[in-house]
Write a protein that binds this ligand. Sequence first.
Ligand code: FAD
Ligand code: MLT
Ligand code: ZN
Length: 490
Amino acid sequence: MSNPPSQSLLTELKDRLGLKGFTADPSDLAPWLQDWRGRYQGAAAAMLSPATTQQVSDIVRLCAAEGVPLVPQGGNTSMAGGATPSEAGDALLLSTRRMNRLRSISAEANVAVAEAGVILADLHEAAAAVGRRFPLSLGAKGSATIGGLVSTNAGGTQVLRFGTMRALVEGIEAVLPDGSIFDSLAPLKKDNRGYDLRQLLIGAEGTLGIVTAASLKLVPAVGSRSVAWCGLESPDKALALLRLLDNAVGDAVESFELVPRQALDLVLRHVAGTRAPLGGSHGWHVLIEAVAPMVAPSPEKELGRALGAALEIGVIEDAIIAQNEAQAEALWRIRDSISEAEKKDGPAAKHDVSVEVSAMPAFMIEATAAVEQRFPGTRVIAFGHLGDGNVHFNVRAPEGADQAWAVGEGSAVTAFVHDLVTAAGGSISAEHGIGQMRLAELARLGDPTRLAAMRAIKKALDPKGIMNPGKLVPPIARAQASLAQSPHRQ
Ligand code: FAD
Ligand code: MLT
Ligand code: ZN
């Protein structure tokens, strides 16, 4: 059972953290109490911004003693309302923004040790400065932090080659819910001392502790890259293209992102300075990036040849290969602006689903038809990481609908989409996490064995339930009640 913070706790926290580390001023707090999409509005008595791991530990110990909930927050770019406290106002917001030190970076060891508040784009720059790179990127790279990326097991646009955060985190330092410091930063390649607490913290969405730093895998810097934009007829053809590239270009292909015409149109309408990469009109597009390390030959020739072959056999309708960095960046800008353009365009029910890679094209086509027929006036815009079997299957509200649509009919749309995904053996959260947005749906559709194990782990590590309550782990009553109603499982 959680409690609101007492005045004496707030005074003690203020004394320990000082002016830079504590604020209860509503205007300081306001920007951090709403999620990126503007769907959730929370409340908190104060925002704590510790500068060191020891300060995080002190905060957690003091809050645990009073049973006061803590909501960890990095860049506040969560797509699942994960970093927004509840409206109750009994929680304290714990921002990692001041913990933004890169503790070390080594090209020889291929490892960077970054504090939780380091912003992804800053890590990219630091790695480039030592001739290496951190191979995970996403549209929110200018705000998303290492702590948030670890805690959501973020994916992004290079998962195809390098995997999600799980594959890139080699060590973790975290403060557990009793205030103890778990130091497992050593980047050991092999370690069989039992349960892997590091992996448990990755993707835990702040429900098992606060990540304070991580050891991150680096890879060789980009020697040359080749970025192409193709127009094609269908997601099916897109997957055929990916398989063709597997054979012709191989591992050099790092990104393969699907963009439907409607998503391109939204970007062109709402994002200044963007323009259509190809002359004609195409139902679907893919953005491809192939990369070679320093001394290896550029992948451009292989990519060009493969796209030529794809054009000849009718797998693609048209393509361009960026001729310089500015053109490459312009293509990426279109891809990375889809969420921003969607947000500007109005309400939508957002989904982050995965099925087996080979099943995704058919799923997209069939599910789109089913949704648009069942909910007249809606339009599906499904885009993203086709090569990972993960698309953002977003359903736009009918013309003229206001924000209330998302919580009204939008919820029925979500249940419908998630039922289809579940029936296809897929996941209702491929990369964004559960947060508060998908909690009821996880309770409704989750495998009871998995949910029971998650609740047991949560209870064992956080018996007072102070770490990011109301996120990720469905409460037992809710899960049981909805299990009785639904035949579906995830
Ligand atoms: P926050 O939003 O602050 O927090 C996210 C979650 O992690 C919350 O549950 C929070 O409590 C917890 N948390 C944060 N820091 C800590 C910590 N130090 N310790 C413990 N828990 C913590 N995601 C993808 O996976 N792939 C994408 O391609 C992608 N593209 C995006 C594009 C845009 C434009 C936007 C706005 C978001 C996108 N996202 C994507 C979602 C988001 O960027 C990621 O989830 C990111 O990992 C969140 O980082 P953050 O620092 O903003 O975390
Ligand atoms: C993306 O791939 O652009 C995202 O994960 C963001 C979104 O779903 O809107
Ligand atoms: Zn994504």
